[in-house]
Design a protein around this ligand. Structure first.
Ligand SMILES: [Mg+2]
Length: 457
């Protein structure tokens, strides 16, 4: 493991909810819950004000409504989140070519890869500047963790929340990890956590004391060994930049999120077999095995492993995909799984890729963004709580609620004071759906300090 805290983990604070509060001045300082408003909706993100009332991610929406009846309940606006995410990822890529996004608002950055930081002091400076740049570019806050490994950098950013920075000095890792619950470690979900608790293991220290043999006995070889290493703060996983690579891939979207870890493993093995069949049918082989996981909150992550040579052996692909799955936290459930093989040998077949991508089902945003209120008469599907609208006379606003033929709109923008609400007929011709407005009025083209005033044209 490296001896300087040069792995940075960035996690935006309550990302979706913060973006909504930045967009909608009347919601600042208020409980805001973003997620699926339909019958099987779950909370994607709750603002800190809603968290104080006990609402958290992955909670069924009905339960959230009982805990926080006065919170604002909004559908996600992915186009806005993606735009902000792009700004954040651009800032990260200025720090290093090695950026590994985990979701829209979370990524690892290897600061040593670019020489941006080589010791604790330069790493801290980089983190402080990054947080300021993110705030300037997006108007939102992100927390930064710095450590000598990915696992510890992520733990550090968690401890930094909200709106903070924590650096774990090399050499202090084990003392810090010891008293923490086992669930802190990557790969310990609720099931593994329960299993360990029944064996009398609740803290990381107890995990380390149990020893590798005991953990292998309890959890199986791969998981037991991996967890033992983590308990000793040994984590050699490199930061892996995502590359655009063509691949043969298959994926499945599930009607109901899968929570059961063995079932997830079974699905991954099935997908690996299907992927290899397609590969063989095309007479291809490939070197890089890719696992894709979309979680309950639509955060999507991919993991990949590159073999020494190309393969089309189902056992090899299955094992690689299972190994990759071990590093993925599936707490909260999984809605899509995919397995692909890339780095294809010698030649490529464009139509094969076309086929492969047509299999890739688009994210069913409707599944989370169901109509807000069950109305007696049909409601145009775009009047969903939180959505942007424009009124011919009153300007830009957002839908606060709709039902029984009426839609209530609050007219405000990211830069305006809290706005007034007005109610219209859902069929009002003056009202139409709109695109989200940028959170920062004049986003600077280059967020780092400008070298001087721009030259006059
Ligand atoms: Mg976050």
């Amino acid at each position: 493991m490296r001896n300087a805290p040069t792995i940075l983990h960035l996690d935006m604070d309550a990302f979706y909810a913060s973006a909504e509060q930045a967009s909608k001045p009347s919601l600042r300082g208020k409980a805001v819950v973003v997620g699926g408003l339909g019958p099987r909706g779950v909370v994607a993100t709750a603002s800190y004000e809603a968290r104080a009332l006990g609402v958290h991610s992955a909670m069924p929406m009905a339960q959230a409504r009982r805990l926080a009846p006065n919170a604002a309940y909004l559908v996600p606006r992915f186009s806005l989140y993606r735009a902000v995410s792009e700004q954040v990822m651009t800032l990260l890529r200025e720090l290093s070519p090695l950026v590994e996004p985990l979701s829209l608002d979370e990524a690892f950055v290897d600061l040593a890869a670019s020489g941006t930081a080589e010791d604790a002091e330069s790493a801290r400076r980089t983190g402080v500047r990054l947080r300021a740049d993110i705030r300037t570019a997006t108007g939102l806050t992100g927390s930064v963790g710095l450590a000598a490994s990915k696992m510890l950098a992520k733990i550090a950013s968690e401890r930094a929340k909200p709106d903070g920075l924590v650096l774990i000095e090399p050499g202090t890792e084990r003392a810090l990890l010891g008293p923490l619950p086992v669930r802190t470690l990557p790969g310990v979900g609720p099931a593994t956590g329960d299993h360990l608790r029944r064996a009398g293991i609740t803290t990381v220290e107890e995990l380390a004391e149990a020893g590798e043999d005991e953990l292998v006995r309890l959890l199986g070889k791969a998981h037991g060994q991996a967890l033992y290493a983590m308990a000793l703060a040994r984590d050699e996983r490199p930061v892996v930049a995502e590359r655009e690579a063509k691949s043969v891939s298959v994926e499945d979207t599930y009607d109901v999120d899968i929570h059961d870890r063995p079932r997830i493993g079974l699905e991954v093995r099935r997908l690996a077999d299907r992927c290899v069949r397609r590969l063989r049918e095309a007479g291809l082989s490939g070197r890089t095995i890719v696992l894709k996981v979309r979680r309950y909150d639509f955060s999507t992550l991919t993991r990949s492993e590159t073999l020494r040579g190309p393969t089309d052996d189902p056992a090899v692909v299955r094992e690689a995909a299972e190994r990759l799955l071990e590093s993925v936290d599936t707490t909260g459930g999984v809605r899509l799984l995919g397995v692909g093989v890339s780095g294809l040998a010698d030649y490529t077949q464009e139509d094969l890729f076309a086929q492969a991508s047509s299999r890739a089902e688009p994210v069913p945003e409707e599944a989370v963004a169901a109509p807000v209120v069950v109305a007696r008469e049909p409601v145009p599907p775009h009047w969903r709580a939180g959505q942007d609208v424009r009124h011919a006379e009153h300007g830009h606003g957002w839908v606060q609620g709709s039902g029984v033929g009426r839609v209530t709109v609050r007219f405000e923008t990211p830069q305006s004071p809290p706005g007034r609400i007005r109610t219209f007929l859902v069929t009002d011709p003056a009202l139409e759906p709109a695109e989200p407005l940028p959170l920062v009025a004049t986003a600077p083209a280059a967020p780092s300090p400008a070298p001087g005033p721009p030259a006059a044209p």
